[in-house]
Design a protein around this ligand. Structure first.
Ligand code: NSS
Length: 432
């Protein structure tokens, strides 16, 4: 069976008579000639309708068209260098498939909440579709990167019994006779088990955090990719992150130029994303921030403002490494050279996009890990299996998590992560 014809295919059909189905983006008419711009998700197509060259029913039909009506059109494909795809359609026939009365999203300005309440329709706009295509590219680049480097994909559970990151942002639900289950905040702990089995692994899926904040960087449901590598230390972990981020950005520059253009992205900023990325220790960063007048004390996690300031020191992503252990999760390896800190890093994107990656070398000493679990007041019985990994052939290992929406927002140059996913979930947003 021949596949459905799409607008993208038309440059190969110049001179042919074709039929295709699409939606009406806009129309304009001078009384003698009408123009109908169609869209189908693969592109935009201008149809030309001269009144005295088409049947009267066709002319009358075209005059009635409204935004987002679905139609089937017939006509001749003609080369037209001024058109977006290099072709236009000399329209000779039209059939209306589904009418569209008063489509709510018009070319005029709309408020943000108006648009998000109509997200299911807003996705059809050229900007939103461009963001979705960049997201698709980022996701495909992620899969390709790990596949090309012989990582195994391991799918980790979304219903879990143990806290993965922090107790304050857990979504919980009743789980039959077994008490509470939590929606996964990370797949990491399971992935560590898989790394001992398979060496180089990654998981990629949605994760959940009951974030009560309404920042530009937080969703309650977001996608995270997490690799975990046996025998990598923290330095090797940063090398991998650097290659990974460069790969994603390069891929988008290579394959998504038209979409980045639609988004009016300054791509010179993305072209600067080249290895090596600068690396600065947490302690040095804090000293430098203090010297620049930031109100930050050693021991506290960096705030969004601190991250933005650090990012302005460089034209490419930057690693901040070895944070105080109080500021980070229980599973990170104690730094042998300074036990107040752990072997970890954040990767901060330029242009104020903040942290896109959090990673660390994992605590591989059974007794130290157990004491950290106790210090944090975590339920020991839920971590028995995790401690087993340190009891049966413990191993140096490291990994990280990259947030897809933050990465997409940065690549696209859009201010807020909520536009970087089709149907965002936030504290005050569950519909559509
Ligand atoms: O909490 S992280 O810093 N780290 C982890 O979850 C580790 N378990 C990853 C690992 O080592 N395997 O989150 C990682 C990234 C972070 O840098 C952000 O890019 C993203 O996940 N992230 C978020 N994106 C959107 N919304 C929210 N709420 C959010 N939280 C983290």
């Amino acid at each position: 069976m021949e596949d459905v014809l799409r607008i993208r295919d038309l440059p190969n059909r110049v001179g042919e008579r074709v039929s295709l189905r699409a939606w009406v983006a806009r129309t304009r008419s001078s009384g003698k000639i009408a123009f109908v711009v169609l869209r189908d998700g693969t592109g935009y197509l201008q149809c030309v309708v001269p009144k005295n060259e088409v049947d009267e029913v066709v002319w009358e039909g075209v005059k009635e068209l409204t935004q987002e009506t679905s139609v089937s059109v017939t006509g001749e494909v003609r080369a037209d260098p001024r058109s977006p795809g290099g072709v236009e359609l000399g329209l000779t026939g039209i059939e209306i498939i589904g009418g569209s009365v008063d489509f709510p999203i018009t070319p005029k300005e709309h408020g943000t909440s108006f648009l998000f309440e109509r997200r299911h329709l807003w996705l059809r706009s050229s900007r939103q579709a461009a963001i979705m295509k960049v997201r698709h590219e980022v996701v495909q680049a992620i899969r390709d990167f790990f596949h090309e480097r012989d990582f195994y994909l391991v799918d980790t559970p979304l219903l879990t019994a143990a806290i993965g990151e922090e107790a304050t942002t857990l979504f919980e639900t009743d789980y039959f006779d077994l008490g509470k289950a939590y929606l996964a905040q990370t797949g990491q702990l399971y992935l560590e088990a898989a790394a001992a089995a398979l060496g180089k692994v990654y998981c990629f899926g949605p994760t959940f955090r009951a974030e009560k904040s309404k920042t530009r960087r937080h969703l309650t449901e977001f996608w995270m990719v997490e690799p975990e590598v046996a025998w990598y230390d923290s330095d090797a972990n940063m090398d991998l992150q650097q290659d990974f981020v460069c790969y994603i950005v390069e891929r988008c520059l290579e394959r998504r130029k038209p979409e980045l253009e639609t988004l009016e992205r300054d791509t010179t900023r993305l072209e600067a994303v080249q290895a090596p990325f600068p690396r600065i220790s947490y302690s040095d960063a804090v000293a430098k921030l203090q010297a620049e007048g930031q109100n930050i004390e050693w021991g506290k996690d960096l705030g969004a403002e601190d991250e933005t300031m650090i990012a302005t020191w460089h034209d490419r992503p930057v690693f901040v490494y070895n944070y105080p252990k109080e500021a980070k999760a229980f599973y990170m390896k104690r730094n042998p050279d300074d036990p107040r800190t752990v072997l970890c890093n954040d990767c901060l994107a330029p242009e104020g996009y903040g942290e896109i990656i959090g990673g660390s070398q994992r605590e591989d000493d059974h007794d130290i890990l157990l004491s950290r679990i106790r210090e944090e007041g975590l339920p020991e019985d839920a971590y028995g299996w995790y401690l087993d990994l340190r009891k049966y052939g413990t191993f140096v290992h490291s990994g990280f998590g990259l947030g897809v929406e933050r990465t997409v927002a940065w690549v696209c140059g859009i201010p807020h992560v909520r536009e970087a996913i089709a149907f965002p979930r936030q504290m005050h947003r569950l519909r559509p």
